[in-house]
Design a protein around this ligand. Structure first.
Ligand SMILES: *Cc1c(COP(=O)(O)O)cnc(C)c1O
Length: 413
């Protein structure tokens, strides 16, 4: 199996730097022999990897197609134009900027386009699933803006819409952010638009997680409602690690200038080409089927974990994402993650609404790409609970995981 899926470069690396080549092969082995349940991860295609490992990585291209600060941009200009056109078509957006280096960079640029330092912003509080860029004191967002956090209903775990409305009326924010790292349900973008209009705020949808489901028609789109949509391209969307911004024609110029030159320098043309490849893949019927299977798998996983006694936030999921409290099995989230890791089940801890202890966050994007279906989700849940209850020792569980994933190689040889 090749290291980078671009055979010439893989061979060059093996010959020149076997130490690093070993690490890349080791990581490929880790990904192929353990269970990838981190909700933000996926397996991008060999075609996407090929674009990432291409000589486009050599090219400097500050600026935008047709208006670069460097010569020799003939080919990469075409790549970026294709990426932009595909993104616009895929999401029905008037404008797309595909240069953001990451999801966080996209959010930074969205704030830069719409806000001034010191402005008030209303976003989901970090204890309820807000991202670092939604006002964490450790992040630029919390330092440069005045964030007010809304929460979720203590009983149901669903976003507290009444609180959103009340806080918006009280604080008159310049922008409202909707989007989360852990919220398993659809977001009611029409509701957020209505509140934003009532108080004269911009609406920023941070759709880093669900944007791939949106592309596949398996989740509602924020594009018709939000002034600016920020996203990643590497989560359910299954492209290269990176960010993207969608907006209307009215904000196109402000958004572009906020990305370059305000918050970034040269665009990463290999990544932009890989984004174009991923957008092309996401426009196919196969991806639509994939996105729906991701959700079907998550629903089965949530139900099977609930049957094993875990408490599922909001009682289920609409998306690829499940958050669970393992406390009824006699273990907290942090030690649960450790035990599961020893068994080859890789996932994250997350905050649990209205609880001091950490919970677990799982996602089905990667396992679904591997070809797993509902039957495998039940197997995973049973093994998961067996490990947490201490009924299955980690070595036996590790073997069971190896056997399960062995039937679904992410990169078949
Ligand atoms: C993943 C995520 C981001 C950040 O993406 P990075 O590429 O890690 O910077 C931002 N916002 C939300 C809601 C996310 O889930």
């Amino acid at each position: 199996m090749s290291v980078t899926h671009a055979p010439e470069t893989a061979d060059a690396l093996l010959r020149q730097d076997p130490e690093l080549a070993e690490i890349l092969l080791g990581e490929l082995d880790r990904q192929s022999t353990s269970l990838q349940l981190i909700a933000a991860e996926n397996f991008c295609s060999p075609a996407v990897l090929a674009a990432l490992g291409s000589p486009l990585a050599n090219k400097y291209a500050e600026g935008y197609p047709g208006a670069r600060h460097h010569g020799g941009c003939e080919m990469v200009d075409v790549a970026e134009r294709i990426a932009v056109e595909r993104a616009k078509a895929l999401f029905g957006a008037a404008h797309a900027n595909v240069q953001s280096h990451s999801g966080s960079s996209a959010v930074l640029a969205a704030y830069a386009a719409l806000l001034r330092p010191g402005d008030t912003v209303l976003a989901l509080g970090l204890p309820y699933g807000g991202h670092l860029t939604h006002g964490s004191p450790a992040n630029f967002s919390g330092r440069w803006f005045d964030f007010v956090g809304y929460g979720v209903d203590a009983e149901t775990g669903f976003i507290d819409h009444e609180q959103v409305r009340t806080l918006a009326r009280t604080h008159r924010p310049k922008a409202i952010v909707c989007g989360s790292i852990a919220y398993p349900r659809h977001i009611d973008y029409a509701f957020f638009r209505e509140v934003a209009d009532e108080v004269g705020a911009y609406l920023i949808a941070d759709a880093a997680h669900p944007i791939g489901l949106v592309a596949g028609g398996a989740a509602p789109s924020p594009v018709p409602y939000a002034d600016v949509v920020c996203a990643t391209t590497h989560k359910v969307l299954r492209g290269p690690r990176g960010g993207m911004i969608l907006c209307g024609a009215d904000l196109a110029e402000r958004v572009d200038r906020a990305v370059f030159p305000f918050t970034q320098g040269g665009a990463q043309m290999h990544t932009i080409a890989a984004k174009a490849v991923a957008f092309g893949e996401a426009a196919t019927p196969a991806f639509t089927a994939y996105a729906h299977q991701v959700v079907a798998n998550a629903r089965v996983l949530a139900a099977a974990l609930a049957a094993e006694g875990l408490v599922i936030t909001t009682g289920g999921t609409d998306t690829h994402l499940v958050t669970a409290d393992p406390a009824p099995l006699g273990v907290d989230g942090r030690s649960a993650r450790g035990r599961l890791a020893a068994a080859g089940m890789v996932l994250d801890c997350c905050a649990l609404p209205h609880a001091d202890v950490r919970g677990l966050r799982l996602g089905t994007a990667a396992v679904t790409t591997q070809g797993m279906g509902e039957a495998e989700m039940v197997k995973i849940a049973v093994l998961f609970a067996g490990v947490l209850r201490g009924e299955v020792d980690s070595q036996r569980a590790r073997e069971e995981v190896r056997e399960l994933v062995g039937g679904f190689p992410p990169y078949p040889a």
